[in-house]
Design a protein around this ligand. Structure first.
Ligand SMILES: [Zn+2]
Length: 252
């Protein structure tokens, strides 16, 4: 079984470290090398693999420096996103082995055009596509692409653990409550998140079943959500609701 640890970076990024039962490990989206190198040193670990979800600098900025320390490292990343220095380019539905566990690549365009996620061992590493109680900004793709990427995630088993790349949960909850003030699961979740943040603890990972109860971007069918955007779109299709929510969040 794989053990996952969070390495905080910058203001609110998490670099997820995937640890094997021996001292080998992988990291996801190392935007900065130094916190990773410190962690590896402190825990006597050897970095074998880097997984990249998309090209943004806060997800890739540490790759070159890590490769200098570990010249034989595998650098896995998206075929369709401009990420320099990959040793393995992958795209949707490709599979590969990591420490004896099969990981599958999901194409998740929207935040960037070539954004991918990695699912294996009941865990999803989804970069900047899905956050707890929110979703990524649409920088390169269309609302349709982002909506379909989120739907693809929603098809995974409910118990899937989700590892996004940012600690945005508190802010996202404020917006989620504006869209669905009476959502009791969300009010309950806010208390839990407040306690964790007061203790300086991560709110992540989350689970898909949790997100289906509290994340407005996965709840475009919920009557409260539909009502909350009624003054923003005349169209009641799921994609229209999603698009209205995303625009609302952009200006929130
Ligand atoms: Zn990004």
């Amino acid at each position: 079984m794989l053990v996952i640890k969070s390495i905080p970076a910058f203001r609110d990024n998490y670099i997820w470290l995937i640890q094997n039962s021996d001292n080998r490990c992988a990291v996801v989206d190392p935007g900065d090398a130094s916190p990773v190198l410190n962690y590896l040193r402190q825990h006597d670990l050897i970095l074998e693999t880097i997984l990249i979800t998309h090209h943004h600098a806060d997800h890739t900025g540490g790759v070159t420096e890590l490769q200098r320390h570990y010249p034989k490292i595998n650098i896995v990343g998206p075929d369709n996103d401009p990420v320099a220095g990959l040793t393995h380019s992958v795209s949707g539905d490709e599979q590969f082995e990591l420490f004896g566990t099969t990981f599958r690549v999901l194409d998740l365009p929207g935040h960037t055009l070539g954004h991918i996620g990695y699912v294996g061992d009941g865990k999803l590493f989804c970069g900047d596509v899905l956050f707890s109680a929110g979703c990524g900004r649409i920088f390169e793709g269309t609302a349709e692409q982002m909506f379909e990427s989120l739907q693809k995630i929603a098809m995974l088993p409910d118990e899937t653990e989700i590892f996004p790349a940012h600690e945005y949960t508190s802010n996202n909850i404020t917006f989620a409550l504006a869209t669905e003030p009476g959502n009791e699961a969300l009010l309950f979740y806010r208390e839990k998140v407040n306690r964790l943040r007061t203790d300086d603890q991560p709110t992540l990972p989350t689970t898909l079943s949790q997100e289906k109860q509290i994340n407005p971007f996965l709840r475009t069918e919920a009557p409260g959500i539909v009502r909350s955007v009624a003054n923003r779109t005349a169209d009641s299709s799921a994609i229209a609701i999603f698009t209205a929510l995303r625009r609302w969040k952009d200006d929130f």
